[in-house]
Design a protein around this ligand. Structure first.
Ligand SMILES: Nc1ncnc2c1ncn2[C@@H]1O[C@H](COP(=O)(O)OP(=O)(O)O)[C@@H](O)[C@H]1O
Ligand SMILES: C=C(OP(=O)(O)O)C(=O)O
Ligand SMILES: [Ca+2]
Ligand SMILES: [Mn+2]
Length: 659
C-alpha cells in the first residue's frame, strides 16, 4: 500500500522519461510552447509591486466575513502579526500596475518584522490575474483553464500541451497516494467518534504537531511570489453542499481541483463567504521528519476541528481529492447521509446503479457508459431522497487507454484536462498510453461535462443495483454473482481486490487487498457504521447486490487473462436491464455465490471459473487460499454488530466462504 514513487533518481532523469526521443522528423527550431505571459526575470521587483497599498495577513479571527476579503486571510500565520503582503493577481502581468488590495489597514513595519513581512505574495484567485473584481463580469471557464495552462507552461517544468490539447504534467517523486503518511488530529471529540487502531486509516497526531506542519506549509506558501486559491463546492445535493478552499503553489494543482470540485458561478463566487474547509497544499516542500509523529518527509494532515488539511512532501494531486473525500466521510454520516466510494450512473428509465470498488477495479470505466447517464465516477452520497455526486469531475486511469474500448474517456482528454505522468512523443505530442516509464498510475482529470452523457446536475433517485467490483488476480471469483443482503454486506465490509503488483518487479503472485467499505483509506468512522447505513438503505429501497470480478479468468495472473472489458460490459448491461435478475442460477462451492448459467453476449463457459482453469487442482488450491484470506481478514469484524438487531450480524458472519 505504500505510495508509488517514480523510478527516476534525479529531476532531470524524471523529465527525460516524459518525452520519447523519436527519430528526428523535421527539426522545428524553437517550436515550443510560446510564452504567453510577459516573462519577467524578477517578478517581485516588477512594476506589479504596489507601493504602500498592501496589507498584512490577518489572523482568521480578524477577517471581516466578506467574500472578497476572506481570501486574503487564507495564508494567515497563526503566530505572527506580520507576514508577507498579499496582492491579487499575477506578479508577471504586464498591465498590472497598481493591484487593488482588498483591505484598508496598512501595516506599520515594526522592528521585529522579518524579511517575509517585506515581500509580496500574489493571490491568483479562482484564477483571474485581472486585478479587478472578477465577480462583476461573466468569466467563461475556458478563461480560467487557459490562464492556468499559461501559468503551468511558463513556470512549471514538465508542463506541455498534448496533441489533443490536454495539459501534460508531472507530479514529481510521488505518483500515487501515500496512505501511511496520512495523519488525523486526535482530540476529545475525534478520539471518541473516529475509527482508530488496527485496520483504521486514521493515524493520530496531536493539535500542536498539526500547527507545526500548518505553519511550515503556510510559511512555504508565503515565501512564494504567488499562490493559487480555488473556492469551490462539493456535493451536488444543494442541501448538503460544502464550501471548500484550496490554497496551492502550482497551476497544475489549481487546474486539477478546478476540474474535480464543483465550479461556482460568478454569482456564487461573489457570495462565497467563509469556506467550510480549507486545504493548504505545500506539496513541493517536505515536512520535517524530526517532527513528532512524522515518519517520512511526506505528511497529509487532517484537522476536523479546525476544518483544515495540510499537505507537505507530495505533489500527487489525488491527495487533495481523496483528502476532501475523507472529510465528507466524516461530515455526511453525522447528517445520516451515507458517503460512498463508488461510481454511479442512470439509465434512460431512471434506474440508478452504484459501482463500488478499490482503485483500478473499474468504477470510472464502467460508470462511463455511452448508453447511460453518468452521475459520477468516484464519490457519492446517498440521502433520504436519492444519490448525489460529491465532485464536479472525473479522474480516470489511463494506462493502456484505447479509443475503441473507452471512447468517452478518450474524447474527454482535450483542452482543460490534466494528464498526469503520461509519456508523449516529443514532436507530435501524441500520448503513448501504453508507456509506463514515469508510472503505471497515469491519470486524466477532466470536468464531468466533458462526458457527453453526464447527468447535470449530478443527482439521481435511489439505486436499484449495487455492484461490488473486485479485480481478482487469483482468477477464482466468478465474473458475476448475485448477492443477498447479508452477502452484500459481507463483501462490502471485506472490500476485496487483488491486483498484480508492479510488473517490473517480476511479481508473479497476486496480492490480496482488503479495504473495508471498498475505501478504508478514506472512511473516518468504523466500517460497520457505513455498512449498517448501506444495509438499511438497500433494504428500504429494494436494491440488489452484485459481485463482479473485473480481474482474471482461466488461471491466476501469469497463466490466465484479464476478463475482456467487452464481456464485463455485457454483464453490466444485463444487470441494468433487469434480465440478469431473471436468469437461472447455481451456487458455487466454498464462497456460496449464486452465478448465472447464461448472460447474453458472454460465453457461458466463463461464468463458472472452474471451467476456465485447465489445472483443476490449481483452481481448488487457489480458491481455498483466497477463502482463507477472506476469513482471516474478517476476524477483526466478528465482534461488531451491524444495525440494531443481532439477526443481520449473524447472517453476515455466515455469508462468507464456508469450508
Ligand atoms: N474487464 C474489465 N473491467 C473493467 N476494467 C477493465 C477490464 N479490463 C481491463 N480494464 C481496465 O482496468 C482499469 C479500471 O480502472 P478504473 O475504471 O479507472 O478504476 P477505478 O475507477 O475503480 O479506480 C481501466 O484501465 C480499464 O481499461
Ligand atoms: C484517485 C484515486 O481513486 P481511484 O483509483 O479509485 O480512481 C486514488 O485512489 O488515488
Ligand atoms: Ca477514482
Ligand atoms: Mn476511478
Amino acid at each position: 500500500m505504500s505510495a508509488p514513487t517514480v523510478k527516476a533518481q534525479t529531476i532531470d532523469e524524471l523529465h527525460s522519461l516524459q518525452k520519447k526521443k523519436s527519430a528526428p522528423t523535421t527539426p522545428i527550431k524553437g517550436f515550443r510552447v510560446p510564452l504567453l505571459l510577459s516573462p519577467k526575470k524578477n517578478a517581485r521587483n516588477s512594476s506589479s509591486s504596489p507601493s504602500g497599498k498592501c496589507l498584512d495577513f490577518a489572523t482568521l479571527e480578524n477577517v471581516p466575513r466578506n467574500g472578497n476579503r476572506m481570501q486574503l486571510a487564507s495564508l494567515a500565520s497563526l503566530t505572527r502579526e506580520t507576514g508577507p503582503k498579499v496582492v491579487r493577481g499575477d506578479p508577471a502581468s504586464k498591465n498590472q500596475t497598481s493591484p487593488r488590495v482588498h483591505q484598508q489597514h496598512v501595516a506599520e513595519p515594526t522592528i521585529s518584522a522579518s524579511d517575509s513581512s517585506l515581500k509580496f505574495t500574489h493571490v491568483l484567485y479562482n484564477l483571474s490575474p485581472a486585478v479587478d473584481c472578477l465577480c462583476d463580469k461573466l468569466i467563461h471557464p475556458s478563461i480560467y483553464r487557459a490562464e492556468l495552462y499559461e501559468q503551468a507552461i511558463h513556470y512549471e517544468k514538465g508542463s506541455f500541451i498534448t496533441s489533443t490539447g490536454a495539459l501534460a504534467t508531472l507530479s514529481g517523486a510521488k505518483t500515487g497516494r501515500a496512505p501511511r503518511d496520512k495523519r488525523v488530529v486526535k482530540d476529545d471529540v475525534t478520539g471518541e467518534e473516529l475509527w482508530w487502531g488496527k485496520g483504521s486509516p486514521n493515524i493520530e497526531m496531536d493539535e500542536h504537531t498539526f500547527l507545526v506542519n500548518r505553519e511550515r506549509a503556510v510559511d512555504y506558501l508565503n515565501s512564494l511570489d504567488k499562490v493559487f486559491v480555488n473556492d469551490q463546492f462539493l456535493n451536488w445535493d444543494p442541501e448538503n453542499r460544502i464550501k471548500v478552499r484550496i490554497v496551492s503553489a502550482r497551476a497544475y494543482h489549481s487546474l486539477f481541483m478546478h476540474n474535480m470540485c464543483i465550479r461556482p458561478t460568478p454569482e456564487e463566487l461573489e457570495d462565497f463567504g467563509t469556506p467550510d474547509f480549507t486545504i493548504y497544499n505545500a506539496g513541493q516542500f517536505p515536512c520535517n521528519r524530526y517532527t513528532h509523529y512524522m515518519t517520512s518527509s511526506t505528511s497529509i494532515d487532517l484537522n476536523l476541528a479546525r476544518r483544515e488539511m495540510v499537505i507537505l512532501g507530495t505533489q500527487y494531486a489525488g491527495e487533495m481529492k481523496k483528502g476532501l473525500f475523507s472529510v465528507m466521510h466524516y461530515l455526511m454520516p453525522k447528517r445520516q447521509i451515507l458517503s460512498l466510494h463508488s461510481g454511479c450512473n442512470m439509465g434512460k428509465d431512471g434506474d440508478v446503479a452504484l459501482f463500488f470498488g478499490l482503485s483500478g477495479t473499474g468504477k470510472t470505466t464502467l460508470s462511463t457508459d455511452p448508453n447511460r447517464y453518468l452521475i459520477g465516477d468516484d464519490e457519492h452520497c446517498w440521502t433520504e431522497t436519492g444519490v448525489s455526486n460529491i465532485e464536479g469531475g472525473c479522474y480516470a486511469k489511463c494506462i493502456d487507454l484505447s479509443r475503441e474500448k473507452e471512447p468517452d474517456i478518450w474524447n474527454a482528454i482535450k483542452f482543460g484536462t490534466v494528464l498526469e505522468n503520461v509519456v508523449f512523443e516529443e514532436h507530435t505530442r501524441e500520448v503513448d498510453y501504453a508507456d509506463k516509464s514515469v508510472t503505471e498510475n497515469t491519470r486524466a482529470s477532466y470536468p464531468i461535462e466533458y462526458i457527453p452523457n453526464a447527468k447535470i446536475p449530478c443527482v439521481g433517485p435511489h439505486p436499484k443495483n449495487v455492484i461490488l467490483l473486485a479485480c481478482d488476480a487469483f482468477g477464482v471469483l466468478p465474473p458475476v454473482s448475485k448477492l443477498n443482503l447479508a452477502q452484500t454486506m459481507y463483501h462490502f465490509i471485506s472490500g476485496y481486490t487483488a491486483l498484480v503488483a508492479g510488473t517490473e518487479e517480476g511479481v508473479k503472485e497476486p496480492r490480496a487487498t482488503f479495504s473495508a467499505c471498498f475505501g478504508a483509506a478514506f472512511i473516518m468512522m468504523h466500517p460497520t457504521k457505513y455498512a449498517a447505513m448501506l444495509a438499511e438503505k438497500m433494504q428500504k429501497h429494494g436494491a440488489t447486490g452484485w459481485l463482479v470480478n473485473t480481474g482474471w479468468s482461466g488461471g491466476s495472473y501469469g497463466s490466465g487473462n484479464r476478463i475482456k472489458l467487452a464481456y464485463t460490459r455485457k454483464i453490466i448491461d444485463a444487470i441494468h436491464s433487469g434480465s440478469l435478475l431473471k436468469a437461472e442460477y447455481k451456487k458455487t462451492e466454498v464462497f456460496g455465490l449464486e452465478i448465472p448459467t447464461a448472460v447474453e453476449g458472454v460465453p457461458s463457459e466463463i461464468l463458472d471459473p472452474v471451467n476456465t482453469w485447465s489445472n483443476k487442482l490449481g483452481y481448488k488450491d487457489t480458491l481455498m487460499k483466497l477463502a482463507g484470506l477472506f476469513k482471516n481478514n474478517f476476524e477483526i469484524f466478528t465482534d461488531h454488530k451491524i444495525g440494531k438487531g443481532s439477526e443481520l450480524t449473524g447472517e453476515i458472519l455466515a455469508a462468507g466462504p464456508n469450508f
